[in-house]
Design a protein around this ligand. Sequence first.
Ligand code: GDP
Length: 460
Amino acid sequence: MSKKSKKDKDKQLRTPIVSVLGHVDHGKTTLLDKIRKGRVTAKEAGGITQHIGATEIPIEMIKNICKDIWRKEVELPGLLFIDTPGHKAFTNLRRRGGALADLAILIVDINEGFKPQTEEALSILRTFRTPFVVAANKIDKIPAWQSPGFVPFLKSYSMQEDIAKNRLDNKIYELIGKLYEFGFSADRFDRITDFTRNVAIIPISALTGEGVPELLLVLVGLAQRFLEDSLRLHVSGKAKGTILEVKEEKGMGITCDVILYDGTLKVGDRIAIAMRDGVKVTHVKGILKPRPSQEMRLESKFRSVKSVVAAAGVKLIAADLEGVLAGSEFEAIESEKDIEEFRKRLEKEYEEIEIRTDEEGVVLKTDTLGSLEALINELKDAGIKIKNAEVGDVDKRDVIEASANRDELNRVIIAFSVKLLPGVEEEAEKYGVRVFRDEIIYSLIDSFVKWREEEKRLRE
Ligand code: GDP
């Protein structure tokens, strides 16, 4: 590609990728379902765009959903929502220099307020410096609420709704206070003029759909103002993506579901995939998209395409996917030099994360680089020293490493979403090393901190 056409391409804006985070039961799945349904009912305005692992809402549809409140034209093609909500998906899906998602929705049940996973989500968003909005969910459960048709603070507001309005206001003040404790300045979306300085709180009901248009509108505004400036949304030409899942598909062999976050990927392209111990080079044999749902037949769920432009979720058939792990990044490559650059970049990223360790401290093992980064930050925030931090299952070497600590309280392995290899438990027992293992960051740290405090108390 010549320099000039590359430059022109730089101006093209791609679809921002959005992820939904929040405490369990606060409404992540319900919100995503609502958004998807909104898309289907508004299909006359732009056609259905099915993706793998993600749902795209074209800008025409968002406009249609927001028609009463839409103010000005934007250049974005739409929004791409990652279908799997939650922190694990967020931290595991990485792209160069951070999280795959460009934007996030932090959902909080307004009747329950902040919960451990809400706090966890906030520190993850801070770690990855991801712009986000807060969806204050379940407003329909506020006593004296007059659903449907009561959109807070907007034109349908009437004096009779004072009680519910005051209750909502109080709840929102609580959220503003909590966010402030975490170092974020937040306010109700309708009182904000600069969305890049303040976090917008949007009252919604994922169940009735009230407030969802406002939520989409604020997201579009945030993407346009925040991400466009940082050039993060400019398509750069070279295909880059993240692997969501590797799976056997009947009649196709091993395939992988990916989200392409930059550039254009074509059938025949050579790609380099990040592996635990280096880089795999293979080529794309097929790119598959789901068929639109109305004509979906079991034996032909997919249709084959020649190329795909970011951001998009597609299924890839590649020559060699042996040993490829979910969460890995890939890049299209043209030369040996590209492979070498990709390899160097990955090595550097690992080093940067692993280097920040202490002489005396716990041993940390996690499933992916993203969770490693998030956990290092969480542990450091909690004042916990780390001796060694790595991606991978817990092995005997980790036990030896942990046991070498002078302080018993540091003879600990913190294992996030990984296995203990055979013999580790016996070895840990022998050397007096404790292993804490969990799939939820906050309960993992919580159980370790509780144990440590109890031990300290016993020593006194
Ligand atoms: P997740 O664990 O965050 O994905 O939460 P879910 O989306 O599964 O929601 C948990 C429960 O809360 C379900 O029973 C939902 O029907 C309910 N729920 C979610 N959003 C709302 C809402 O806006 N209003 C009400 N009344 N219930 C909701």
